[in-house]
Write a protein that binds this ligand. Structure first.
Ligand SMILES: *Cc1c(COP(=O)(O)O)cnc(C)c1O
Length: 365
């Protein structure tokens, strides 16, 4: 049996007539920047995430960067980030000229540890940037408490968390804003790069809109030094067709995750802990093994694709050599990077495939 890591083409095929019609409509409109398709998706996504505003942008990294810019983050500022995340979270901070201040995760939740945030706050700190990693919401309650007490903004990295819930509320506006990616492999994915920001703050929403469009509200009048990062109508039209299926697709991911939990709980690998406060979107299903590389080779041999999220934590990347962190600086993030393996999961994977993955792991000597 072959088990691909993720089958994005099947998501297209499931909705092919609707998606073909939507993309054709966008092409036929003759309107290829902003316009009705973008406005409609922004409205639907704001409704879905229970946020007052949604603003489409070019990709998830830009969503993070533009939201930070709109929050006033600039040279000399500090932003608190998880030590274990995809590098985009850190790049958004350094693109603003600010310094990422890493905070270790709670090894149980795999998300930024609220108990370690306060000691990382200095008079330069502007924003706390938690990531809902693997689709599991970060512990927003205590994070928002610290932010309120210290007068900080909170920007959530929601790139992996479309449809996730924290204490019953869908991710969308717990903090000041949420940055989204609609990269094709995300739970809600476009046919190329796309992203967005949701927020309840009208002023922040307006600043994000202006910054994303050359810093301009009125054509050829530029209020701030903005960027060019817009959601294309073709992607907006496709995303609007896919959005109504997201809950169903996440439910299918959850069925795979539940199957993995049930069948791997007594195996040699550890599975992510569950938490009654959190409904995960199950963007990824991470397992942990001290023999991770051998296990990955064993799975590959059996036809099962797996990926590592992420093999090198940002502080040990060559790109961040200038920050001066040494190996050992963030031991929890480093241990996770050494042991993590993401199993196949997705709305178009069968339980038979999940059973085969479990069997292959259990047979690993
Ligand atoms: C995918 C991702 C991003 C970046 O999104 P792009 O659309 O690829 O730019 C940011 N943060 C996290 C956690 C991601 O998984």
């Amino acid at each position: 049996m072959k088990v691909p890591f993720l089958d994005v083409r099947s998501a297209y095929l499931e909705l092919k007539p609707e998606l073909d019609r939507a993309v054709a409509r966008a092409l036929d409109s003759g309107w290829y920047i902003f316009g009705a398709e973008v406005a409609q998706f922004e409205k639907l996504f704001a409704e879905y995430t229970n946020a007052r505003f949604a603003i489409g942008v070019g990709n998830g990294l830009d969503a993070l960067r533009i939201a930070l810019m709109a929050m006033g983050v600039t040279e000399g500022d500090e932003v608190i980030v998880p030590s274990n995340t995809y590098i985009a979270t850190w790049l958004a901070v350094t693109q603003c000229g600010a310094r990422p201040v890493p905070v270790e995760p709670d090894a149980n939740t795999l998300n930024i540890d609220p108990l370690r945030i306060e000691e990382a706050v200095t008079e330069k700190t502007k924003v706390i940037l938690p990531v809902h990693l693997y689709g599991r919401p970060a512990d927003m309650g205590p994070i928002l408490d610290i932010a309120r007490r210290k007068g900080l903004k909170v920007l959530e990295d929601g790139a992996q968390a479309h449809g996730a819930r924290y204490r019953g509320d869908i991710i969308g506006a717990h903090g000041d804003a949420v940055a989204w990616s609609f990269y094709p492999g995300k739970n809600l994915g476009a046919f190329g790069d796309a992203g967005g920001v949701t927020t309840n703050d009208a002023e922040l929403a307006e600043r994000i809109r202006v910054i994303a469009n050359y810093g301009s509200k009125v054509k050829y009048v530029n209020d701030v030094c903005g960027v060019n990062s817009r959601l294309d109508p073709i992607h907006a039209a496709a995303l609007a067709e896919k959005l109504p299926l997201l809950e169903e697709w996440n439910a299918r991911r959850t069925a795979i995750a539940n199957f993995y939990h049930l069948h791997l709980k007594n195996s040699s690998v550890s599975v992510p802990a569950l938490d009654p406060d959190c409904v995960s979107s199950w963007h990824l299903f991470p397992i942990f093994s001290p023999r991770r590389d051998a296990l990955q080779a064993h799975l590959k041999e059996a036809g099962v694709e797996s990926l590592i999220h992420y093999p090198i934590p940002p502080h040990l990347q060559e790109a961040y050599g200038f920050l001066g962190f040494q190996k050992g600086a963030f031991p929890i993030a480093e241990a996770l990077a050494d042991e993590e393996l993401s199993l196949p999961i997705g709305p178009h994977m069968s339980l038979d495939q999940a059973a085969y993955v479990c069997e292959t792991i259990i047979n690993f000597q």
